[in-house]
Design a protein around this ligand. Structure first.
Ligand SMILES: Cc1cc2nc3c(=O)[nH]c(=O)nc-3n(C[C@H](O)[C@H](O)[C@H](O)COP(=O)(O)O)c2cc1C
Length: 388
C-alpha cells in the first residue's frame, strides 16, 4: 500500500503541502532560483554526494546536539535564515517562526524585508533573535534600523553582501510578480489565484494584514502594497557598497557582525579583515548568480582560510539533520536554513517549523551516533568518506 502522507516529516513533505496551499506566484517565489536554477539544484545534490563514514560500537548513549553559534547557545547548530516577505506565506509568519525558534532552541534571523517588524517579533518573548541587514542607499535609514534592532535586544547582525544587484528569477517574471504583466496577467496572478486558494485568502490574505514591510513602513509611507515596497527596496539597494562600508558598519554596530554571501576564501578573508566576526558561505539559495558553486562545495576552502579566526556558517541546500552533520564535518560551525522553514510555516505554521526542527534533531542524533560522535565538537572531516 502506498504511504498515506498523513504526517509531514521532511522538508520535502512541507514543500508539497505549501505548494497546495499557496497561490502559485507565492510558492514559486519561495521555491525558485535564478535563471536555469542550476545552483539551486546543485546546492541540494552536492550534499547527497557526501557519504558519512559509519563507525560503530562506541558508547553513544548520551548524544548532545547543542553548541554555541555566533555567541548564541543553540539546541542544534541551525539558525533560521532571513526570508523576506514571509508574512505573505502564513499569517504573521515571522511571529510564528519566532515562537517556533524559541521552542526549538535556535535563533530566527529576521529579514530587513520581513512583513512583521522588529518590534512585533520582539514582543513574542525575551529571547533575542538575529537581524539581517541589506545596505540601503539612505544610510540614515540603516542607522535607525540598527538602533531599533539594538533597542529590542538584537545582538547578532547578519549583513548580506550578495545582493549588489538583484538576480532575476524567471519564475517571478513569468508569474508577473517581477513586473511586466498586463492587466489580465495581474488579475490572474492576484485575485484569480487568491480566489482559487480560499484558505490562504482568509487566513493570510485577510486575517494576516497588514501586509507592509514592517521594518520599512516608516520610510515608505506612500506604499500600500508589497509590490510597491519591493520596488522601493530594490531601488534602494546600493551597488556601490565595498568592504570599507563594513568598516563603517563595524563602527556603529557593537554586537556580533556576520557577513552572509561569500563563496571564496579571498572574500571571506576580506570580511574578517574589515572587522566581521564571521561569515555565512552562501549563494543566496541559488537565487542570485546561477551557475556558481554550491555552498557546501565552497565551504572547505573558506573554512581552511578562516579556521580559528572567525565563525564559519553556511547555507544553501540544507534539507535535513544529516546535512547539518555533513556541513559541520566540512568545517562549518553551523548552518542556516531558508526554504525548509518557509515551506513548513506556510504548510503548518509554528507547529510545522517546530516539528521540522525536531526531525532535524533526530536525524542529527542518528548521524552522530553512527559516527561515534557524542558532542558537536567531535564531528570532523574524518566522519565523511568523501564525495561518492
Ligand atoms: C523566499 C526567500 C526569501 C529570501 N529572502 C532573503 C532576505 O530577505 N535576506 C537574505 O539575506 N536572504 C534571503 N534569502 C536567502 C536565505 O537567507 C538563504 O540564504 C537561502 O534560502 C539558503 O538556501 P536554502 O533555501 O536552500 O536553505 C531568501 C531566500 C528565500 C528562499
Amino acid at each position: 500500500m502506498p504511504t498515506m502522507n498523513l504526517v509531514p516529516v521532511t522538508s520535502g513533505d512541507y514543500r508539497r503541502i505549501a505548494e497546495r496551499k499557496l497561490p502559485r506566484a507565492l510558492f514559486d517565489y519561495i521555491d525558485g532560483g535564478a535563471y536555469g536554477e542550476v545552483t539551486l539544484r546543485r546546492n541540494v545534490s552536492d550534499f547527497q554526494r557526501l557519504a558519512p563514514r559509519q563507525t560503530v560500537m562506541r558508547d553513544v548513549s548520551g548524544v548532545d546536539t547543542s553548541t554555541v553559534l555566533a555567541g548564541t547557545k543553540v539546541a542544534l547548530p541551525v539558525a533560521l535564515a532571513p526570508v523576506g516577505m514571509c508574512g505573505m506565506f502564513a499569517r504573521r509568519a515571522e511571529v510564528q517562526a519566532k515562537r517556533a525558534a524559541d521552542r526549538a532552541g535556535i535563533p530566527l534571523t529576521l529579514s530587513t524585508v520581513s512583513i512583521c517588524s522588529l518590534e512585533e517579533v520582539a514582543a513574542v518573548s525575551e529571547i533575542p533573535f538575529w537581524f539581517q541587514l541589506y545596505m540601503l542607499r539612505d544610510r540614515g535609514v540603516v542607522t535607525e534600523m540598527l538602533e531599533r534592532a539594538w533597542g529590542v535586544g538584537v545582538r547578532t547582525l547578519v549583513f548580506t553582501v550578495d545582493l549588489a544587484v538583484v538576480g532575476e528569477r524567471y519564475r517571478d517574471t513569468r508569474n508577473g510578480i517581477a513586473g511586466g504583466a498586463n492587466a489580465w496577467g495581474r488579475f490572474r496572478a492576484g485575485l484569480l489565484s487568491y480566489l482559487s486558494h480560499p484558505r490562504w485568502l482568509v487566513d493570510v490574505g485577510i486575517k494576516g494584514k497588514p501586509h507592509l514591510f514592517g521594518n520599512l513602513s516608516n520610510y515608505v509611507p506612500a506604499a500600500t502594497s508589497v509590490l510597491e515596497y519591493r520596488e522601493w527596496v530594490e531601488s534602494q539597494f546600493d551597488p556601490s557598497v565595498t568592504w570599507e562600508d563594513i568598516e563603517w558598519l563595524r563602527g556603529i554596530w557593537k554586537g556580533k557582525l556576520i557577513i552572509k554571501g561569500v563563496l571564496t576564501p579571498e572574500d571571506a578573508d576580506s570580511a574578517i579583515n574589515a572587522g566581521a566576526d564571521g561569515v555565512v558561505v552562501s549563494n543566496h539559495g541559488g537565487r542570485q548568480l546561477d551557475g556558481v558553486a554550491s555552498s557546501i562545495s565552497a565551504l572547505p576552502a573558506v573554512a581552511e582560510k578562516l579556521v580559528g579566526r572567525a565563525e564559519i556558517m553556511m547555507d544553501g541546500g540544507v534539507r535535513s539533520g544529516l546535512d547539518v552533520f555533513r556541513a559541520r564535518a566540512l568545517g562549518a560551525s553551523g548552518v542556516m536554513i531558508g526554504r525548509p522553514w518557509a515551506y513548513a510555516v506556510a504548510a503548518r505554521g509554528e507547529a510545522g517549523v517546530v516539528k521540522l526542527m525536531e526531525a532535524f534533531k533526530r536525524e542529527m542524533v542518528v548521524a552522530m551516533a553512527l559516527s561515534g560522535a557524542t558532542r558537536v565538537d567531535d564531528i570532523s572531516a574524518d566522519n565523511i568518506q568523501g564525495p561518492v
